[in-house]
Design a binder for this molecule. Structure first.
Ligand code: ADP
Ligand code: MG
Length: 570
């Protein structure tokens, strides 16, 4: 096939059914978006491509249109049966011949697919990664004309990605097995590690890499310290009456609890997790896709490949496992480009729990190290006193010009304080007590709390005992979280969550580094109530702070909506 470009007059001639004509005729769209046209043109002329576009950018068309323009069947590797099903149904709806090969097929269906393949009648064949590299599949594809291979959700090839699937590694073999057939890898995860892994593992060194900015300007980020999670969630949801969104929880039990609690509070909410009865789960997903004022409470099992454009909010009640996961999950908001809000409440307990999941998981040591690094990267975003958007984009190797002006830290800048003294005290408490205790006990030591444990271990006699009386326990919690985020300490899960010192802590002791902590916003929670004399004041402070932030967010949304000429979602 001669090399052609989109601008070639012959190529765009409708009789030849060039990309633009396919786009209009089959999909009914008038123009390609962003860099779609470039990818399509490159692949139609036989090139390999790595496509790194954010969620909602329209990656599917990047392989579907070229497959329809080239002779032969387009083979699409996709990690989830549900995802394959959706795409195959959508293609069939457009009058395109598509089929999916997966374990749920009957013998008859399988025979039917093979027959269509042999006759060259199929436009698309969707397959799972498990099947793609098998001798059966390779044998089946012998003599069949293949338009291209598309490897969707390609981050699954990398342990740096958030859905690592070992079977994806086998896909590199396609290069040798089917030489000359263009291959595309597509994903919305583009941190440098994942990107390198995709290129190396899928043997795409010759491929052209297409990226666009990962910024999602219509998404406003907010991360708060978890204090009274249910009340905090309720307040967040009260800003989104009448619109749909997702609330992510870590465990299935919590999903059920929160969904039924929200329902009791008069918010229409349905649960979704992998442990539910299949039929109910599918019904809940359908309800979410169709209805406009539903809160879906879900584990991360929900979402990949879900294309609901008007998800107005995403809330996290637990810390995700990595920045990539956070970005993907929050990225499900606002696919229609309209202003949307994402919100997360997190605390030290999350860090301990996530860390324990890593340490107690069966992974090899190097993978555990990677996982810990990923957790710390997310923690750093949670604890940043700077712009959240900048911090997130920086993680993906991108810079954002100036502060975004639309996230919680931009709208209400966090104050910082000189933490040199406090850091030394916090680290000393760890060191003096032998790096064997968790935050609760360390804070008891610092604040001079004489209890069974501090007395039994003889910690009441140490100079560090009571050395941190000047600050409330809550501040010490925050100090430890920030020391963790900055990598000066780590949690040892083999020792029941004991905090231990990292090599870098030495510089803090020697005052060689500048340590500044972010000042936590006042809260109504347990800690604030603990300081009884100031309860009313703290409470008023919170309500006001909350109100101000809300007003600022609302103003920003109005402004964005006006700019885009759409009704604001407030
Ligand atoms: P991704 O895989 O990148 O997350 P999808 O391929 O699922 O995104 O596309 C997201 C949505 O955008 C879909 O509803 C799709 O039909 C729509 N879309 C993609 N490209 C175009 C286009 N050129 N014009 C209009 N709509 C488009
Ligand atoms: Mg996709």
């Amino acid at each position: 096939m001669p090399t052609q470009s989109l601008t070639d007059p012959l190529f765009s001639h409708p009789a030849l059914d060039g990309p633009l004509s396919v786009l209009k005729r089959i999909y009914g769209y008038s123009a390609f978006r962003g860099r779609q046209a470039e990818v399509v043109s490159h692949v139609v002329s036989g090139g390999d491509a790595v496509v790194l576009f954010p969620t909602g950018a329209g990656k599917s068309l990047c392989f579907q249109v070229p497959a329809l323009c080239r002779p032969g069947v387009g083979v699409v590797v996709s990690p989830l049966i549900a995802l394959m099903r959706d795409q195959v149904e959508a293609l069939k709806g457009l009058g395109v011949k598509a089929a999916a090969l997966n374990s749920t097929l009957s013998r008859e269906e399988y025979v039917e697919i093979r027959r269509a393949l042999d006759r060259g009648e199929l436009d698309f064949l969707y397959v799972t990664p498990e099947r793609t590299a098998t001798p059966g599949f390779i044998e089946m594809m012998q003599g069949v004309e293949i338009a291209l291979f598309a490897i969707d959700e390609a981050h699954c090839v990398s342990q740096w990605g958030h859905d690592f699937r070992p079977e994806y590694r086998e896909l590199g073999k396609l290069a040798d097995l089917f030489p000359g057939v263009p291959r595309l890898a597509l994903t919305a995860t583009a941190d440098p590690h994942t990107r390198e892994d995709i290129i190396a593992r899928l043997r795409l060194d010759e491929a052209q890499v297409f990226t666009t900015s990962f910024d999602r300007p219509n998404i406003a980020y907010e991360i708060v310290e978890r204090d009274q999670p249910r009340q905090q969630l309720l307040r967040f949801l009260s800003r989104h009456k009448g619109s749909s969104g997702i609330v992510y929880c870590l465990s299935r039990a919590k999903v059920e609890e929160i969904a039924s609690w929200l329902d009791d509070q008069g918010i229409r909410a349905l649960p979704y997790h992998a442990g539910m009865d299949r039929a109910i789960r599918d019904a809940n997903q359908d309800a979410f896709l169709k209805e406009e004022d539903l809160c879906l409470v879900a584990t991360v099992a929900f979402g990949m490949g879900i294309d609901k454009p008007n998800v107005r909010y995403v809330a996290h009640l637990d810390l995700p496992g990595s920045v990539e996961a956070y970005y993907q999950e929050t990225g499900r908001a606002g696919r229609d480009g309209l202003p949307s809000e994402v919100w997360m409440a997190y605390g030290m307990a999350d860090v301990i729990q996530r860390g324990r999941m890593i340490d107690e998981g069966g992974a090899a040591d190097d993978i555990k190290r990677v996982e810990r690094a990923k957790l710390n990267a997310l923690l750093a975003i949670c604890e940043t006193p700077g712009c959240r958007r900048q911090a997130i984009l920086k993680h993906f190797g991108e810079s954002h010009p100036g502060q975004c002006g639309n996230c919680d830290t931009c709208l209400k800048p966090v104050e910082t304080w000189d933490g040199a003294e406090a850091a030394i005290k916090a680290l000393a408490a760890i060191y003096r007590t032998g790096e064997r205790f968790g935050t609760g006990h360390l804070i008891d030591v610092l604040t001079g709390n004489e209890n069974d444990k501090t007395i039994r271990f003889g910690h009441t006699d140490m100079p560090v005992f009571g050395a941190g009386k000047d600050l409330p326990a809550k501040t010490w919690q925050s100090v430890y979280r920030q020391l963790l985020a900055a990598g000066y300490i780590r949690v040892d899960h083999t020792a029941y969550g004991a905090l231990t010192l990292e090599e870098s802590a030495r510089a803090v002791f020697k005052r060689e580094v500048d340590v500044r902590f972010r000042k936590d916003r006042p809260t109504t929670g347990k800690a604030a109530r603990g300081q009884s004399s100031r309860t009313a004041q703290a409470k008023a402070g919170l309500d006001q702070a909350d109100q101000e932030l809300f007003e600022a967010l609302r103003a920003k949304r109005m402004e964005l909506a006006k700019e885009q000429g759409v009704p604001p979602y407030v």
